[in-house]
Write a protein that binds this ligand. Structure first.
Ligand SMILES: [Zn+2]
Ligand SMILES: [Zn+2]
Length: 646
């Protein structure tokens, strides 16, 4: 009998005959660390049973990096088990830019221990141990992983969870040297093929993310194909740390998170100035566009959310206050139902539409404590919210106005953004015709405003109650953020029996547009802090002009100047501490003070001043009134760039 030779179709359209029983890796270039075979990423030791399309994967490709990082996680776990006898290992996936592994360790470790683990990993890399795939029965696998409670629990529950490692009763293990891990693979062929790696941090994590299960030690690391890639990544991490809004929020005295109110930020005087300035700008721009601001109760009876449907789906995420057997209250997690109540307080006519109700009440959501993160994930927040009641034929004009407002809002911060249209999901409410008409309208507006293809489309990504347009922003570090959202809703007004008298005298149900442009103000400020590295434009700066008296005898003169600056609407601060001038200037830089005036004998005598901006450039001989007028203009025009004097 003639042995059949699987024919491999390569990505360059050539084809290679693979001797039967040979692994795919035997005919691939030596740079490959894994291969995509008929669309599935495989070990190089994979033996294709038949003809297949094959793409070699290098370590630097996206899929290659995943394999590299996950394999590095194995080696880290192996090193930890060698160094800490009795260690139990749980799970260790590749993640964005790196990997982690969770352990139960006999003794706690800290980041001081990471270099020791790295050294042990290097020993394993030098030994160039092959990753050997083994298929075992469930019983054999349980035997092999004796004492490894987490792995045994995974084997016991296989078949119940997604991403299962079993086919029938077979469990797949990967072994290098004597150390084995339950895993689907794929991996690099041997430990010597790992790239460059670095362990980054140690954190706590609950087993299976469940607060009632044991707390494990999570070690994070990163791995790359080349030293240059690793260095570039480490430099980026350093920059992220420098800009971390939690650190800057503390250093710049903007906000505080207290253990007695997890996820519920306190706004400190300086931070509240930023929030209030944003809201003032928000109010001015909205009033100019016909919005009317409302405020509604924060605590409501659950009946309100029974009507809206939120009680059924959202109750677990709410702070609920049981009053007595009959009455249960909750803290509102969103503004929408209250806006419906306001619409219904009187009989409405088509003449009132679009009725634009804006709202910046405080909202509460009982997010799980493990997910809280500075201002990015909070339990208490304010949205720049609005609910707009319109008739069907007003959708286009209204979206147009909202997109114009979006340009205005993001333009003020110089933030680049992209729009994303999300269309009808599989499970939707309402009739198909309305959906299709609405989607066509939104596409039409986007085509016109952004050009065909000038926006993203997420097919099936809409809410069950209507299509939406999301606002995605990319910050200075290249990170993507989903910010605001503009959503059409055909359902909520129906549930609240909202109607208006149409021009023909019929009563009709309005369409509602839910929209936030910044999103949550807390999160937006967190993103701004990181994007700007804490250096807010003048109009948002907690302090705008800082006066540094050279000696005590200059304090009185500074007070006169500060009063004049305040009269012009500028937030002024005098540093009358006993420190040297050099230290005071350093303090001004640390607090990101936009403009600093050092006032000494020469200045008071000459009546002209030296202004120092944030970049440290100084201009001397300036008249005070001229400086104040220039800064007041910078504020009122909400300019991003600092004023250049001289
Ligand atoms: Zn693995
Ligand atoms: Zn809403």
């Amino acid at each position: 009998m003639v042995a059949s030779m699987p024919s491999l179709r390569m990505t360059d359209a050539s084809s290679i005959d693979l001797p039967e029983g040979e692994p795919v890796g035997s005919v691939l270039p030596s740079e490959a660390i894994a291969a995509r075979v008929d669309g599935v990423v495989r070990d190089l030791s994979f033996v294709p049973p038949a003809d297949a399309a094959v793409e070699p994967l290098e370590a630097s490709s996206n899929d290659g990096l995943q394999v590299l990082r996950h394999s590095t996680a194995h080696v880290m776990a192996q090193a930890v088990c060698r160094l800490y006898p009795g260690a139990k290992y749980a799970i260790g996936p590749a993640i964005h830019d790196g990997f982690y592994y969770d352990f139960e360790l006999p003794d706690p470790i800290s980041s001081d221990d990471l270099s020791r683990i790295e050294d042990e990993m290097r020993t394993i890399v030098e030994a160039d141990q092959p990753f050997v795939r083994e298929e075992l029965s469930r019983a054999e696998a349980l035997d092999r992983l004796e004492g490894q409670d987490y792995k045994r629990e995974i084997i016991d529950t296989l078949g119940e969870e997604e991403g299962e490692v079993v086919a029938g009763d077979t469990v797949r293990l990967y072994r290098n040297d004597g150390w084995a891990d339950l895993c689907l693979g794929p991996h690099v062929p041997s430990t010597g093929r790992l790239g460059v790696f670095k362990l980054l941090s140690v954190a706590g994590a609950y087993w299976r993310g469940d607060e009632k299960r044991p707390q494990l030690t999570r070690i994070y690391g990163t791995a790359w194909a080349t030293r240059d890639d690793l260095d570039a990544h480490l430099a980026k991490l350093e920059e992220l740390e420098r800009r971390d809004h939690r650190k800057l929020g503390k250093d710049l005295e903007l906000f505080h998170l207290d253990p007695t109110a997890p996820g519920m930020p306190y706004w400190l005087p300086r931070g509240l100035k930023v929030l209030n300035e944003l809201l003032t700008f928000w109010r001015i721009e909205h009033e100019a566009r016909g919005y009317q601001e409302i405020s509604a109760p924060l605590v409501n009876e659950k009946a309100l959310w029974e009507t809206s449907g939120h009680w059924e789906h959202f109750k677990d995420d709410m702070f609920v206050i049981p009053e007595d057997e009959r009455t249960t209250y909750g803290l509102k997690p969103m503004n929408c139902p209250n806006a419906m109540v306001v619409f219904n307080i009187k009989s409405r006519s088509y003449r009132e539409l679009p009725l634009r109700l804006s709202d910046c009440d405080t909202l509460h959501r009982n997010e799980r404590s493990g997910t809280l993160h500075g201002l990015f994930r909070v339990r208490k927040f304010v949205q720049d919210d609005a609910h707009i009641f319109i008739s069907d034929d007003q959708i286009e004009d209204e979206f147009d106005q909202i997109l114009e407002l979006t340009d205005r809002f993001y333009g003020v911060f110089g933030l680049p953004y992209q729009l994303r249209l999300s269309t009808r999901p599989d499970h939707y409410l309402g009739d198909l015709e309305t959906w299709e008409l609405a989607e066509a309208t939104l596409r039409g507006i986007l085509d016109r405003r952004k050009g065909i293809g000038g926006y993203a489309v997420e097919e099936g990504g809409g809410a069950f109650y209507g299509p939406k347009i999301d606002i995605d922003m990319q910050d200075v570090l290249g990170r993507d953020w989903q910010m605001g959202t503009i959503q059409l809703d055909f359902q909520l007004p129906r549930r609240f029996h909202c109607t208006y008298a149409a021009a023909d005298g019929e009563r009709r149900t309005p369409v509602v547009v839910h929209r936030v442009i910044y999103g949550s103000m807390e999160r937006f400020i967190g993103i701004l802090i990181e994007h700007l590295a804490g250096a807010f434009p003048l109009w948002l700066s907690p302090e705008q002009v800082r006066f540094v008296p050279v000696a005590d005898r200059h304090v009185a003169h500074c007070e006169t100047l500060a009063a004049r600056a305040r009269e012009a609407g500028l937030r002024s601060f005098i540093d009358d501490s006993k420190e040297s001038v050099g230290k005071k200037i350093r303090a001004a830089q640390l607090m990101k003070a936009p403009y600093t005036l050092v006032v000494g004998d020469r200045d008071t005598e000459a009546g002209t001043y030296t202004v120092r901006d944030r970049e440290g450039s100084e201009t001397s001989g300036l008249e005070f009134d001229g400086v104040i007028a220039a800064l007041a203009a910078e504020v009122s025009e909400r300019r991003l760039e600092q004023t250049r004097f001289g």
